[in-house]
Design a binder for this molecule. Structure first.
Ligand code: NAG
Ligand code: NAG
Ligand code: NAG
Ligand code: NAG
Ligand code: NAG
Ligand code: NAG
Length: 271
């Protein structure tokens, strides 16, 4: 009876000790997680050794190990060459790895694996994915067909955004409401950067005009880190009369001819 209890205590003690030296909170952070091609990124592996000592930290791209930190060895860092991975050894240590001149093929999962030295050794792995992108070099541009435009006319416009990877997602907005967009299902895997083009052919209705104005905007978006707009105010055949008249009662004494014009307008409206 007493022996049983003792062995139970022993098991408990071992479990507690194990817990004392248990590795905790292994977290991998990639800064930035969406990185532009040729730039650099810092991969930070944070962990809580809980009093234990570190055996090693292994770094993987997918299943390929490219960097290892072993405090008990000289040198402490080991690099396993892999095409397209450039490690800045000067800025890499037991908790971080700096990748430079990043290429598209590095998009994907990275992981850090932490192992403690004491028996029983404990190991934990954290995974994060990195996306390598190329952003457009300049904002989108709009070209339009004939102007001025009135209700019932067909507005024809094109929007174009310079090469990007993934290609920019485009949308046209008229009076702040989206009237056309490229489908969300853009090809996910593209070998190189791609231009994005979007055409609009829209029969204009009264609600498209905002106080007689037509404001056409084209927005380009890449992977939630890039957003640029082109704005074009289109000549409209619906320039509002009230706005012009209201200009009379602003800015001090109105010149004589403006007053006369106003009176003329008033008379025309009366007729
Ligand atoms: C790393 O440091 C060494 C010595 O300080 C220096 O010669 C080398 O240029 C550095 N490398 C990089 C990539 O900064
Ligand atoms: C690793 O290097 C980074 C940047 O130089 C530094 O902030 C960090 O404290 C270093 N980590 C350790 C464990 O020395
Ligand atoms: C990347 O990691 C995530 C989460 O761990 C996993 O679901 C996904 O399948 C991995 N992708 C690849 C290509 O291994
Ligand atoms: C829009 O692009 C198409 C195809 O390239 C072209 O035929 C058309 O003339 C363009 N329209 C405008 C308004 O630029
Ligand atoms: C359109 O949206 C922009 C930005 O969201 C805002 O500044 C502008 O006042 C809006 N115009 C109209 C007519 O709603
Ligand atoms: C266009 O803008 C005007 C003024 O801001 C607004 O009253 C109207 O609802 C808008 N129409 C659309 C379709 O957004």
């Amino acid at each position: 009876m007493c022996k049983m209890t003792l062995s139970r205590w022993l098991v408990l003690a071992v479990l507690v000790l194990r817990d004392v030296f248990a590795l905790k909170d292994v977290v991998l952070t990639i800064r930035p997680q969406t990185v532009e091609k040729s730039r650099h990124a810092t991969l930070i592996c944070s962990y809580d050794l809980e009093g234990a000592s570190l055996y090693y930290v292994k770094w993987y791209r997918g299943t390929y190990e490219f960097y290892r930190y072993t405090p008990s060895e000289k040198p402490t860092t080991k690099l396993f060459p892999f095409k397209a991975i450039n490690v800045d050894m000067n800025r890499s240590n037991s908790t971080q790895v700096v990748l430079t001149d990043i290429d598209f093929q590095l998009s994907g999962n990275f992981s850090c694996e932490v192992t403690t030295a004491e028996e029983p050794a404990s190991t934990q792995t954290a995974v994060k994915s990195m996306l390598v992108v190329q952003l457009p070099q300049y904002p989108p541009t709009i070209s339009v067909g004939r102007e001025p435009l009135d209700y019932g006319d067909v507005l024809r416009a094109n929007c174009s955004s310079p090469p990007a990877r993934p290609p920019a997602w485009l949308k046209f907005m008229l009076n702040n409401s989206t009237v056309s967009f490229t489908p969300r299902m853009l090809p996910r895997q593209v070998q190189e950067a791609h231009w994005s083009d979007l055409s609009l052919e829209l029969k204009l209705e009264a609600y498209h005009f905002n106080r007689g104005k037509l404001i056409l905007r084209c927005a380009a978006e890449v992977s939630e880190i890039y957003y640029e707009e082109a704005v074009l105010e289109l000549a409209s055949a619906r320039n509002p009369v009230p706005e012009k008249v209201s200009a009379l009662d602003s800015a001090g004494p109105a010149p004589c001819h403006t007053v006369l014009l106003g009176v003329l307008f008033f008379l025309i409206i009366r007729v």
